[in-house]
Ligand binder design. Structure first.
Ligand code: ADP
Ligand code: MG
Length: 337
């Protein structure tokens, strides 16, 4: 017999796809903080983010009238019409992240806009606001996620049995990636009550942040930046691409790819880098016209589809080849510096 699933069940299933582990929740909340114009973001975690994950930003804050809708699915301040998706300039667009989190964890928000006299604390469960009251607080937003997967027993058990150190490592990796890509934003990340493992408050450039994080003084070389554009072509789908980054340092295979400021995965691009600089640390940023990227292919927005992937790959290969010719990266020689 076919029956319609209850909305509650549908929402929880969907939520489980968006939030598969603490690091997914963190990525979403970091993007929200950046969308909110934050220049300072602090992350603190307990038990790899399973017991507690807190993100505190100094961004624009959330007004009282928006709090009831905050965790409702498909409620967003960023998208109005489907057509806007083509030129979307924010990370978020479908109002799914906080809704999802509220379906698989206990969520508390403390937020204040600069114009407000005080902050408000609101708690959420299954997409709905449960409580809301005034409290003291600085301008900005603090989100606290507690007891992740408390209502999905199997997943919680699997996580609790697994390594929380590994989950924390993934949190730190996501935070570090954004710290590299957003050097003007100060990032702090640590386990609750412990000294922080990431603190980029004082570093000012991507290169410095990358060097500091990788504790590497040598062997880091710059990729590009380079731009390629088919000027004679008048088609709005004509190829256009800018890419840049750094490669070298430790042989730890830390591969960071940002496409139009989104942290994403792309196997073909990673393979291309590996062909030239196997296992090296690599930070790569690629910018293409917004309409050339489909960000809507995956619930976690982790995979993006590029309209001209083969052209992007060719441009990347050309740059990497040039680098290899100019500065052969042999272990003894140590290039750069
Ligand atoms: P989306 O980012 O797709 O809009 P989210 O569920 O991530 O969906 O967030 C819902 C809404 O909550 C956002 O559109 C934004 O208005 C607000 N919001 C979330 N996080 C923050 C934050 N850190 N600062 C200010 N506003 C926020
Ligand atoms: Mg969002």
């Amino acid at each position: 017999m076919i029956v319609r699933l209850e909305e509650e069940v549908v929402n929880r299933i969907a939520a489980g796809e968006v939030v598969q582990r603490p690091a997914n929740a963190l990525k979403e909340m970091l993007e929200n903080a950046i969308d909110a114009g934050a220049s300072q973001i602090r992350i603190s975690a307990e038990d790899g983010g399973l017991k507690m994950l807190r993100i505190c930003d100094n961004g624009c804050g959330i007004g009282e009238e928006d709090l009831p809708l905050l965790c409702e699915r498909f409620a967003t301040s960023k998208l109005r019409k489907y057509e806007d998706l083509r030129e979307i300039g924010t990370f978020g667009f479908r109002g799914e992240a906080l809704a999802s989190i509220s379906h698989v964890a206990r969520l508390t928000v403390v937020s204040r806009r600069a114009v407000d006299g005080y902050a408000r604390r609101a708690t959420y469960k299954d997409g709905k606001m449960v409580t809301c009251s005034p409290c003291a607080g600085e301008p900005g937003t603090t989100l606290t996620v507690e007891d992740l997967f408390y209502n999905t027993k199997t997943r919680r058990r699997a996580f609790l049995r697994g390594s929380q150190t590994e989950q924390y490592g993934l949190l730190l990796k996501v935070a570090s990636a954004y710290a590299v890509h957003y050097p003007a934003v100060g990032f702090v990340c640590g386990k609750r009550g412990a000294t922080e493992d990431l603190n980029t408050m004082k570093t000012s450039s991507t290169e410095e942040t990358l060097r500091a994080l990788k504790k590497t003084k040598k062997n880091l070389v710059q990729i590009g930046p380079t731009t390629e554009r088919d000027d004679d072509d008048l088609d709005e789908d004509r190829f256009e691409c800018e890419l840049g980054g750094y490669v070298g340092g430790a042989e730890d295979g830390w591969f960071l790819l940002f496409v139009n400021d989104r942290l994403v995965d792309n196997a073909a691009i990673k393979r291309a880098v590996d062909e030239f600089f196997p296992r090296k640390t690599c930070y790569l940023r690629i910018e293409v016209p917004k309409r050339h990227v489909d960000v809507n292919v995956h619930p976690t927005k982790k995979e993006v589809q590029l309209l001209h992937e083969s052209r992007v790959l060719a441009l990347l290969r050309r740059e990497l080849h040039k680098l290899q010719e100019e500065r052969p990266m042999s272990e003894e020689e140590g290039v750069s510096e």
